[in-house]
Design a protein around this ligand. Structure first.
Ligand SMILES: Cc1cc2nc3c(=O)[nH]c(=O)nc-3n(C[C@H](O)[C@H](O)[C@H](O)COP(=O)(O)OP(=O)(O)OC[C@H]3O[C@@H](n4cnc5c(N)ncnc54)[C@H](O)[C@@H]3O)c2cc1C
Ligand SMILES: *[C@@H]1O[C@H](CO)[C@@H](O)[C@H](O)[C@H]1NC(C)=O
Ligand SMILES: *[C@@H]1O[C@H](CO)[C@@H](O)[C@H](O)[C@H]1NC(C)=O
Ligand SMILES: *[C@@H]1O[C@H](CO)[C@@H](O)[C@H](O)[C@H]1NC(C)=O
Length: 599
């Protein structure tokens, strides 16, 4: 038995001192106690509060990020005589900003702009007749770091943590749910992390030795599709349907569905490794072997929750010949709404058939119009897609429903993507929700879902909206990847159809008008879909921020593990977005402005 000598004791002591010095806890961040409606909180620090960092602290942060710190002035301030006591008015710039308001490609490159404007509080938007001549910051960040190196990301995370300032990560600004905005916060813009590197043989860790690609935090879906197609032979990456959605930000961290997801699974199912900056400011790699809990959680566990992703390595998949089909039924064909609804039923009640054939479908439903563009059938020819869809068209013919249809075969998925997917726009103010229907919902309750659709698209007169619309996707990642060991809700494996709901809200709506719109979305619109699909779930990236029991709706049986991983990697709440694991004690109070923790 070894006896403890004086020397070993001294050594132990020195080690203890050295490691204590190394992990010396940093001083507690300033607290900011407040009371709202009789409830006691500790809030993040905001400009005007005593605990807000002094000017010299911001100057030091600016040097630490090589001058990349900006004090936010909304882009549209150039249209107003007064923003925070100063005029930024410039007629030419105002015209340019207004003309590009709805242009996704223009908006994603901005420092802080949000493509869906509701959660900016729409206080600085293109002016209309009778607009006031001043505009305000609304719920936009107060400062933004336009990061170009991972050291800048770390500096931002450290600054937010040490100073108790709300931190927001902004990649493309695509988020429907305002999760890349945040009143009075410090934002880190990751959009310039554009590296894309392919390998034909992944070196591990883990067993996988196929093709892979490492993608920087700021890369868009279409940038990856373009680069993947240029490989020899061309490859495919699971990405979203919209060209400017970021791949590594909210998209993959919330799961990520898309045109190839029925064949190859969710984007998160393809993840091999993440490089991140953690809440305590460390650079960490997470994969099957290193920090495997984090790896599991980052793959579908929610955006801006476990760290700032700097890059992701994902599996690439074989390119395949792909067939597409467009189907339209609208006023050029019929004005009989019953015919349109019968067509919607004929199409949607066959969702499981489309999934069984490895297909994905994107469609839009407006009053009097069913627009399906496209059906995507990877690995199939034009003749094959016509054969697969024949039961649908026989059904429409039998019911004498007129339609137009075009089927086309392509040598690759990429060529189909370029030819058939339509661009989307930006600049709308809407609340968003949605529902994933499982195979069982489709087979058992298909007609109930159609009845719920009808009530949303053509609601009873006198309701909140006199028309509505739905954005639908037939997608079934369980077809290609029946089981995955990640945080994506296990019910996605039974998924068959995912629908996004919207409630348009006018710019400048009052707090009480917003509450009415939100209630209509939650109770009537999403409520109807929920009731019609007892086996369904909700999707954290395209969901309702007031989804009842969101923990279960977004993650099901994965939630308890996600909660404990969140507590381990971000115990103090450096990161925050609503309805993500571990945010139960946090609230955005004072009319949607201050982020505070109940004490
Ligand atoms: C037009 C449109 C089409 C869409 N199509 C699809 C689709 O086909 N399939 C699908 O699954 N989803 C789709 N989405 C939803 C999309 O997945 C989410 O909006 C997603 O949050 C976008 O992520 P982003 O990084 O591009 O956006 P951002 O708004 O910049 O960020 C979204 C969230 O991710 C966080 N985040 C961003 N970067 C990082 C990072 N590096 N590390 C940690 N957190 C980060 C942000 O803080 C925020 O919480 C679509 C959305 C829109 C508006
Ligand atoms: C948000 O908008 C509402 C309605 O226009 C306004 O009353 C409120 O002051 C705004 N808040 C912020 C922080 O912009
Ligand atoms: C209506 O259908 C026609 C095809 O017949 C199509 O060209 C048109 O874009 C459709 N309209 C809408 C609003 O989808
Ligand atoms: C539907 O109504 C519109 C507007 O009245 C008309 O232009 C169109 O021709 C009608 N369509 C059919 C198929 O009758």
């Amino acid at each position: 038995m070894t006896r403890l000598t004086l020397t070993t004791l001294t050594t132990l002591c020195l080690v203890a001192v050295a490691s204590a010095r190394y992990t010396k806890p940093e001083p507690a961040p300033p607290s900011n106690p407040k009371t709202y409606n009789g409830v006691k909180y500790n809030c993040k620090c905001y400009e005007g509060d005593a605990c807000w960092p002094k000017a010299n602290a911001w100057t030091a942060l600016n040097s630490a990020v090589s001058g990349a710190l900006e004090r936010v002035v909304p882009d549209l301030a150039v249209c107003y005589d007064n923003f925070e006591g100063k005029s930024y008015y410039d007629e030419v710039k105002c015209k340019a900003e207004t003309a590009n308001w709805a242009n996704q490609f223009y908006q994603v490159d901005k420092s802080i702009a949000n493509l869906w404007t509701y959660w900016t509080n729409t206080t600085c938007v293109p002016p209309t007749d009778g607009s006031p001549n001043s505009c305000t910051l609304g719920y936009l960040p107060r400062y933004v770091i336009k990061a170009t190196r991972k050291e800048h990301i770390k500096a931002g995370v450290d600054f937010a943590r040490r100073n108790n300032v709300r931190l927001v990560i902004r990649n493309t600004g695509h988020d429907f749910m305002g999760r890349s905005a945040g009143y009075g916060s410090l934002a880190i813009n990751t959009h310039s992390f554009k590296s894309i590197k392919f390998t034909k043989k992944y070196a591990g860790p883990g067993k996988y030795r196929g093709g892979a690609v490492t993608v920087g935090a700021g890369v868009h879906v279409k940038e990856v599709y373009d680069a993947a197609f240029k490989q020899s032979p061309p490859v495919v990456v699971v990405g979203g349907e919209c060209p400017t959605v970021g791949l590594t930000g909210g998209y993959i961290q919330g799961g990520g569905h898309g045109p190839m997801a029925t064949l190859y699974g969710m984007a998160a199912d393809s993840a091999l490794s993440y490089d991140i900056v953690t809440a305590d400011g460390r650079y960490v790699t997470a994969n099957e072997v290193e920090n495997s809990d984090l790896f599991w959680a980052l793959s579908g566990g929610g955006p801006s929750t476990f760290g700032v992703v700097v890059s992701v390595t994902l599996k690439t998949h074989p390119e395949v010949p792909t067939a597409g089909l467009i189907l339209n039924i609208n006023a050029t064909h019929t004005n009989d709404t019953n015919q349109i609804w019968n067509a919607v039923a004929a199409f949607h009640n066959r969702a499981n058939l489309w999934i069984d054939n490895g297909m994905f479908v994107y469609y839009e439903l407006f009053p009097g119009s069913l627009h399906i563009q496209p059906f995507v059938a990877p690995g199939k020819t034009a003749a094959e897609i016509l054969k697969i869809t024949k039961p649908l068209f026989d059904d429409l013919d039998r019911q004498k429903i007129p339609y137009s249809k075009v089927a086309k075969g392509y040598k690759t998925f990429y060529q189909l993507y370029i030819d058939l997917f339509e661009n989307e726009h930006a600049g709308d103010s809407a609340l968003v929700g949605g529902r994933l229907f499982t195979r069982k919902d489709i087979s058992k309750n298909g007609n109930d879902i159609i009845e719920a659709y009808k009530k949303i698209v053509t609601p009873d007169a006198g309701g909140y909206m006199n028309f509505g619309f739905l954005i639908g996707h037939i997608v079934g990642p369980g077809h290609g990847v029946p089981k995955a060991n990640n945080a994506v809700h296990p019910k996605w494996r039974e998924g068959s159809s995912f629908t996004i709901t919207n409630v348009l809200v006018p710019n400048g709506a009052s707090w009480s008008e917003k509450a009415v719109a939100q209630k209509y979305l939650t109770d009537v619109v999403d409520g109807g879909l929920r009731k019609a699909s007892p086996n369904g779930i909700a999707y954290v990236n395209e969901g309702n921020l007031e989804e009842p029991n969101w923990q279960d709706a977004y993650w099901g049986s994965n939630y308890p593990r996600l909660l404990s991983i969140r507590k381990k990697w971000d115990p103090t709440g450096v990161f925050y977005t609503r309805t993500t694991p571990g945010t139960e004690e946090w609230e955005v109070v004072d009319y949607g402005s201050r982020l505070c923790k109940r004490v």
